[in-house]
Design a protein around this ligand. Structure first.
Ligand code: CMC
Length: 383
């Protein structure tokens, strides 16, 4: 009989060809559609990156402005979403609320029967625009504050921050939130994107597929790590406790959230960018909370690099410095993963549309190791 090898967690298995994203895990490099992430982080913006991912090329001025207008036209939060947020908040994890809201958007589809690429792009635009507004409203509601309607003079992520805080962000805060949206927009066949593809491969619709993506993003091994990493920094509390805390956690075989990656066996290039901007922001707008978090993060990073980078290839990932950066611009911890979802929406959609160009149902195998032909014992004769 043929020998069966099981690839736990599908490690090392290729599922498709793509032109969306290249990750060079050994050297810690990342490209979206061939453009280095560092270049996009420095010069681009979320709308342009979304266009690039969806359409395969950078837009010219006219294309970008038309795309921006289409996103702006979809920024409102639809009625049923208000009900879901109000009913579920306080009783459910924010990612449960968000997942339910995303799923509910299917009822607003103009023509569910239309399976054309054009209709799917229209759905992607709706999902990208509305998910950000929904996350902002979730944040408002949790703070007991009123809905802030979108402001069409602001770009996508600046408008998100405005709808969350009620204040128009200054240039630096707008840059930071946009940076986080860009860095989270896409990342190959990660768990939530894969799950989007699995659902999409049955020819279920876009809403079903990205709802599966959002469900998958919740866990602390994936999207939930940024919040978990920040909570760890709060538990450490005083920078002088950092080393003891980390040593004890590692001795107790606990994972340090924000470190390690299935593909990167080098410093995650996104983490480097986040760290750089966080340090820059802290220099310009010093805050006591962020300064303490940054000291803890840098000391934890140093120790982890000494202990685990050479031996196990464990380096900081994007989620490690994300928390302190979000805190610098006043984003509450429970919204980190929902923001990740709002940013990744474009990556989920772009992968799905690419996969549908050459769709095949995902149907892997599992190796049965139980018994067969067991005797069925009637219930009253069982022990
Ligand atoms: N802290 C301590 N040890 C770790 C960590 C960590 N963060 N990550 C991996 N290890 C150890 C692990 O214990 C194992 O050790 P041993 O071989 O002695 O048993 C070894 O490294 C390999 O771990 P693995 O679980 O087989 O690796 P994986 O490829 O399945 O895990 C990971 C990848 C991201 C799930 C894991 O590194 C992890 O749990 N990290 C913490 C959560 C996190 O930060 N996730 C965000 C990832 S980046 C953004 C995203 O995708 O959402």
């Amino acid at each position: 009989s043929k020998e069966i090898t099981i690839s736990r967690g599908l490690e090392g298995i290729y599922i498709a060809e793509t032109t969306l994203c290249k990750i060079d895990g050994a050297n810690g490099r990342l490209w979206y559609r061939g453009y280095p992430i560092e270049v996009l982080a420095e010069n681009s913006n979320y709308e342009e990156v979304s266009y690039l991912l969806l359409f395969g090329k950078l837009p010219n001025r006219k294309e970008l402005s038309a795309f921006r207008e289409r996103l702006k036209a979809e920024r409102d939060v639809p009625p049923v979403v208000f009900d879901i947020v109000e009913e579920m908040s306080g009783r459910a994890h924010p990612m449960d609320v968000l997942r339910t809201c995303i799923s509910s958007l299917s009822i607003y589809d103009e023509d569910p029967e239309d399976k054309s690429q054009q209709a799917n792009i229209r759905r992607a635009i709706k999902l990208i625009a509305k998910t950000a507004s929904i996350v902002a409203y979730m944040g408002r509601y949790r703070q007991g504050k009123d809905y802030v309607p979108p402001d069409s003079s602001l770009d996508h992520s600046a408008n998100f921050l405005y709808m969350l805080t009620g204040k128009k962000p200054d240039e630096m805060a707008a840059k930071l939130i946009d940076l986080m949206f860009i860095l989270h927009a896409e990342h190959g066949s990660n768990a939530s994107t894969f799950s989007t593809l699995v659902t999409g491969s049955t020819l279920a619709d876009v809403y079903a597929a990205v709802t599966a993506g959002a469900a998958t993003l919740k866990g602390p091994l994936h999207g939930g790590a940024d919040e978990a990493a920040l909570r760890m920094m709060y538990s450490i509390g005083d920078p002088d406790n950092t080393e003891t805390y980390i040593e004890e956690a590692l001795e107790g075989k606990r994972r340090i959230m924000g470190f390690g990656h299935r593909v990167y066996k080098a410093y995650d290039p996104r983490a480097k960018i986040v760290r750089k901007y966080l340090e820059l922001y802290q220099e310009r707008n010093p805050s006591e909370e962020v300064s303490r978090l940054l000291q803890i993060a840098l000391r934890a990073e140093k120790l982890m690099l000494e202990k685990l980078s050479k031996t196990k290839g464990i380096w900081p990932n994007i989620d490690f410095f994300a928390g302190p950066l979000y805190r610098a611009i006043d984003v509450p911890a429970e919204l980190f993963t929902p923001i990740f979802a709002a940013s990744r929406m474009v990556g989920w959609c772009a992968h799905l549309f690419e996969y549908w160009q050459n769709n095949r149902l995902f149907r892997p195998l599992d190796n049965y190791v139980g018994e067969v032909d067991k005797k069925y014992v009637p219930i009253d004769q069982r022990e």
